[in-house]
Design a protein around this ligand. Structure first.
Ligand code: XMP
Length: 324
């Protein structure tokens, strides 16, 4: 697409002018925005960029690998991976309150990222990192300037979003773009379609899709169920019709069921497929019954701890997209 070629070339040129021969870092979340921003900056300044990926253990199945392998393969970027799974689990131990979870995840993320940034700097102290790349989009700019009450319903934590006292200059090459333009740009830059067409995923990850305290075991249960739901949605060819498809584990709820000749006493999960334009409002998605049936059968057969599958039919408002 002619326009996108221009946007890519112009942005790459602008980043080169801004950064010159200095070094930059970029936090990767696994999401589209940070991936496209990183790929673009990498085109502009090559090895002067180091990407940092904090694996907080709250990602979905295959996502860490996608960043570590597919993204690097597509871009050749320098990647610094921090395995912080234990640290996040410890910090979240016993915490069930949604806002507290969000604050803890945000706080830990910043600490880990700052440490990683110092390590990257340490590799070559003669050339300190002066720039921080962020995948800020136009709607993010508008939203944070707007200051409407809606912003305070949940404390949104953008993985990659960092405090001002970090002392970096910001490089935000996507600041004038909308999501669909970012996706087009990502394709232009040769990113794999699994990354470019990924549905939005919250920074706090699966941590806010477990209603109750977060544990390794609960994360694994949710990851398995979520993977089945995502796979079946994909197989049905509906990925791009659905804005987002959270799967939520009601970890403190149990119900009685039967499997074979035995009584079960497992957890319910909630399927939360929604359609939306911008996540500010959303409709519950009317997924085909046969698809819902496949997802339900597979999850209850394949994920031992889950014996009930429910569908959330609440729009936003009054519900939010995520449960926490
Ligand atoms: P809600 O649940 O408020 O979500 O209807 C609206 C959109 O925002 C995503 N979301 C987040 N994204 N950090 C993020 O980067 C967060 O803390 C966060 N919380 C929610 C949510 O997935 C949906 O797309």
């Amino acid at each position: 697409n002619w326009t996108m070629v221009n946007i890519a070339d112009e942005s790459i040129e602008a980043v080169r002018r801004q950064v010159g021969s200095k070094r930059a870092i970029c936090g990767l979340s696994g999401g589209v925005d940070s991936a496209v921003a990183a790929a673009l900056v990498q085109r502009a300044i090559g090895d002067q960029l180091t990407c940092v990926f904090v694996d907080h253990g709250l990602l979905r199945k295959g996502e860490a690998e996608q960043v570590e392998k597919d993204f690097v393969a597509a871009t050749g970027v320098n990647l610094h991976v921090v395995d912080a799974q234990e640290r996040f689990l410890a910090a979240l131990d016993g915490v069930a309150d949604p806002e507290q979870k969000r604050k803890i995840i945000g706080r830990e993320f910043i600490r880990v990222f700052e440490e990683a940034a110092r390590e990257v700097v340490g590799e070559d102290a003669a050339e300190p990192v002066e720039f921080l790349v962020q995948g800020t989009l136009y709607p993010d700019v508008v939203e944070s300037g707007g200051g409407t009450g809606a912003a305070n319903i949940k404390s949104h934590h953008n993985v990659g979003g960092l405090p001002d006292d970090l002392q970096f200059q910001l490089v935000e090459p996507l600041r004038t773009l909308f999501k669909d333009e970012v996706r087009a740009l990502g394709e232009q830059l040769g990113l794999p379609s699994e990354i470019v067409w990924r549905q939005p995923f919250p920074g706090p990850g699966l941590g806010i899709r477990i209603v109750g305290a977060v544990t390794k075991e609960r994360l694994d249960i949710l990851r398995d169920a979520d993977f089945i739901a995502r796979t079946e949605l994909s197989n049905a060819g509906l990925d791009r019709d659905i804005w987002q498809f959270p799967v939520v584990l009601l970890a403190d709820v149990r119900s009685v069921g039967v499997q074979g000749d035995s009584r079960t006493y497992g957890h319910p999960i909630v399927l939360r497929p929604v359609t939306s334009e911008d996540a500010m409002t959303a409709d519950w998605a009317k997924l085909p019954y046969d698809l819902l049936q496949r997802i339900s059968t597979r999850i209850t057969n394949e994920v031992r701890e889950i014996n009930r599958v429910t569908v959330d039919i609440t729009s936003k408002p009054p519900g939010t997209i995520e449960w926490e």
